[in-house]
Design a protein around this ligand. Structure first.
Ligand code: KG4
Ligand code: ZN
Length: 331
């Protein structure tokens, strides 16, 4: 069974091919990041238009020497995400479906992230804890099996990557701020500014990053030679954000007694987070895994793979299933 996967929920145009026997046999991603960088964040209308412009060449790249007629079914991200961007991927999937006479499978973007580790590891069994940290998500999820997910904690406001990006903007760093903050923080003192660790000591596993971002905003207003102190601000902010993540992840592992932790999302690239997770691995005697970075960030391999585990619902073919907001527990 050959499943085509299409991902257009935000600012990556991606297509992949997953074969039930051979595994991943083709993938291609085009990132719009350079286009949005000029505006300091993703501009939804530009994202939709660019998906339209790029999707055919991305499909051709993913297919390689294969012919499109070889595919058996078409999985696509139907939510959550930017409505216009989702509709481009869905319309493209429906067009292919009508032309080829193959069924479509609408897929939940976060569920695909949760299942993505199977693309890179064959020794991960259920259950496991997933920490999904990106520009759009900050979630701690107990993954008990396909379709069996419990959200243990989530951000009540900004996603952690969003906070990195907003602080990056305050410090006049290029978009997205996360990797630049990490780089600059290497020359800074993480104890220079004592920023808050929101909700770190609350009983639950929820997260919050908007107060931390505001604390950075207020503190830099009072700094006279900001240029000189940018590394200290970056290091102190990064330390505070990662401290909160580490504390909540540790609590979630202890509470659930799970022995495997999987990290996904762009923030999983952060070196300080990785160092802390490595300490936690030894302290709690758990397995910590990072899928390949190309499968941690938005990609279509995870969409094709999840589609390959599902059966098309023939009663909904051709209908629009795009859901910009789609809670994971409604999968
Ligand atoms: O998963 P991703 O590529 O896209 C989505 O948000 O969907 O994640 C991008 C996010 C951005 O907010 C970016 O600033 C953050 O991940 N990020 C990082 C690092 N690399 C990327 N945050 C902290 N440290 C990093 N090294
Ligand atoms: Zn994502």
């Amino acid at each position: 069974m050959l499943t085509l996967g299409i991902e257009t929920s935000c600012d990556e145009t991606a297509v992949a091919l997953y074969d039930s026997e051979e595994g991943l046999v083709g993938e291609s991603v085009f990132s719009q990041i350079d286009m949005h960088a000029e505006y300091g964040g993703v501009v939804p209308e530009l994202a939709s238009r660019d998906h339209c412009l790029k999707i055919i060449s991305v499909l051709e790249d993913a297919l390689g020497a294969r012919n499109i007629s070889e595919i058996d079914q078409i999985a696509y991200t139907s939510g959550p995400g930017l409505l216009g961007a989702l509709l481009v991927g869905e319309s493209f999937a429906h067009g292919l479906s009508a032309g080829l006479g193959k069924p479509t499978i609408p897929v939940h973007h976060l569920e695909a992230h949760l299942m993505a580790p199977a693309l890179d590891f064959d020794d991960i069994g259920f259950p496991f804890i997933s920490l999904l940290v990106s520009g759009g998500h900050s979630l701690i999820i107990d993954v008990k099996g396909l379709g069996d997910y419990t959200i243990l904690g989530e951000s009540q406001d900004d996603a952690v990557g969003e906070a990195f990006d907003k602080v990056g903007k305050l410090l006049n760093l290029p978009y997205p701020g996360g990797p630049h903050i990490e780089r600059i923080a290497r020359d800074g003192d993480p104890k220079k500014f004592n920023y808050p660790r929101p909700m770190m000591h609350s009983d639950n596993l929820n997260l919050s990053f908007s107060g931390l971002k505001t604390a950075v905003l207020y503190s830099i207003r009072d700094i006279e030679n900001l240029e000189e102190h940018i590394p200290d601000v970056a290091a102190s902010f990064q330390r505070a954000a990662i401290d909160v993540l580490v504390s909540k992840i540790k609590k979630s592992l202890i509470q659930t007694n799970r022995d495997t932790l999987i990290l996904a999302g762009g923030v999983a690239a952060n070196g300080l987070l990785r160092d802390e997770m490595s300490k936690l691995k030894d302290e709690l005697n758990i397995k910590v895994r990072y899928p390949a970075m190309k499968h941690c960030t938005d990609n279509a391999a995870m969409i094709a793979y999840l589609g390959s585990l599902k059966t098309p619902d023939m009663t909904t073919q051709g209908n629009s299933n795009a859901r910009p907001r789609w809670p994971l527990n409604e999968v």
